[in-house]
Design a protein around this ligand. Structure first.
Ligand code: FAD
Length: 384
């Protein structure tokens, strides 16, 4: 690699873009200048166009045959476990270690409990029948991690910028705009940067991959998720009932470090409705309370059986997000693209893909960023 720093553009500032940008920046120190271009950043008002605002989000290893995803999640665990170590630094304030309880109904039963995907996680155990909840026939517990989104995303952004990374706001209509002009054509008009093709572009646009010109990946579709955010700092368990029969509305509870709790949820494929449906909110609250009576304030539980009405004063928000699912799995890889349709301006630029993480973006983030970095380094050491 030459002495001159390589100009790397990361397109997208969701959890995937931020994590990938940090991974590149920190991997090779001064060899890369990394700039993030995005329409939405973590400190902006929340919008349906930015999925990362709306996640739970938990780290609980996924039950999947997708080896790529398994590698990403396994590597992410090691990173976030270290980040959540008590006394380890700022990141610890964004991450909560808590006990996950996965309850499985008969049709979801797992043949060999010892092989359950969370078996590598701390304190893993199969639950005895007297610890199961109604509707389940099998269950597993382990110590898992949750991300406090309003803290974690700004933490990632701050880590990137304080490490020397640049950010530029821009809505990219076609990938060629970035390939030919780099970040400067989206920067302020007072920028002194001359438009030049970057050395590489990393594409972390989530659901945006479906519409971004030059990419238009129709395998990317939303899985709509609706959730309720409660203020319930007394909750420190994370139960999920994997009951997928009921219109894809499995109940789950995710406590966050700051004392808020996400109650979900829904998994509706190709459902683009961007605001909460009131009847689903009721359904989420009722099933959440049944699964986890601890959602109600302790003083109420001490006196009587809680009802959904006891949860209403705790509601801070009702949210909807579109998980960027991709048929065929997360797209990670590299393709060389022409920077311009004009022959006298054309240059081949490597475009590394890192999008389509569906409901796993947080828990796959660091492993996925590592794979993207490997593709980037491979491309830069073997230029076209
Ligand atoms: C209800 C719900 C619960 C979830 N729970 C979990 C969980 O428990 N654990 C977990 O791991 N995951 C969870 N997820 C999934 C997780 O939120 C996503 O996988 C993740 O946020 C995807 O991140 P991303 O960076 O790919 O996309 P996004 O967060 O959508 O970011 C995309 C970025 O690209 C930018 N962009 C897109 N197109 C363009 C363009 N043309 N020009 C400029 N910028 C562009 C956007 O502005 C944005 O900055 C959940 C999701 C939902 C909705």
């Amino acid at each position: 690699m030459s002495e001159q720093k390589k100009e790397i553009i990361v397109l997208g500032a969701g959890v995937i873009g931020l994590t990938t940008a940090i991974k590149i920046q920190e991997a090779k120190g001064s060899e890369y200048n990394v700039t993030i271009i995005a329409e939405t950043f973590p400190t902006d008002p929340r919008t349906i166009k930015y999925t990362s605002f709306w996640a739970g989000a938990q780290y609980v290893a996924t039950r999947t045959d997708d080896l790529n995803l398994r590698r990403m999640e396994r590597e992410t665990f090691d990173v976030v476990w270290a980040m959540s170590e008590p006394g380890s630094g700022v990141a610890e304030g964004c991450l909560l270690r808590c006990t996950d309880y996965a309850y499985l109904p008969a049709e979801e039963q797992y043949a060999d409990g010892k092989d359950y995907p969370t078996a590598f996680m701390p304190d893993f155990r199969q639950l005895p029948s007297n610890e199961l909840v109604p509707g389940s026939v099998q269950g597993f517990a382990c110590t898992a991690i949750t991300f406090d989104i309003p803290r974690y995303l700004p933490y990632l952004l701050g880590r990137f910028t304080s490490g020397g990374g640049s950010i530029v706001r821009g809505t990219v209509g076609h990938i060629q705009q970035v390939l030919e002009g780099g970040a400067s054509i989206f920067a302020s008009p007072h920028s002194s940067r001359k438009p030049t093709p970057p050395d590489a572009v990393i594409l972390c646009v989530g659901l945006g991959a479906r519409t971004l010109g030059g990419i238009e990946d129709q395998d990317v579709v939303p899985i709509r998720g609706q959730t309720v955010l409660l203020r319930a700092p007394w909750v420190n368990v994370m139960p999920t009932l994997r009951d997928l029969k009921d219109g894809a509305n499995p109940p789950y509870v995710i406590p966050r470090k700051g004392g808020d709790v996400i109650v979900g949820g829904t998994f509706h494929f190709n459902d683009w409705y961007p605001i909460p449906r009131p009847e689903i909110t009721e359904h989420i609250l009722a099933r959440g309370l049944k699964l986890c009576p601890d959602l109600a304030p302790p003083e109420i539980r001490a006196e009587r059986e809680p009802t959904v009405d006891d949860l209403r004063p705790l509601i801070k928000d009702v949210g909807v997000g579109f998980r960027p699912y991709r048929h065929g799995g997360v797209r990670v890889g590299v393709e060389w693209m022409d920077s311009s349709p004009l022959k006298d301006r054309v240059k081949k630029v490597p475009v590394v893909f890192n999008y389509g993480h569906g409901g796993n973006g947080y828990q796959a983030s660091w492993g996925s960023a590592q794979i993207a970095l490997e593709y980037l380094e491979g491309a830069l050491t073997d230029p076209k």
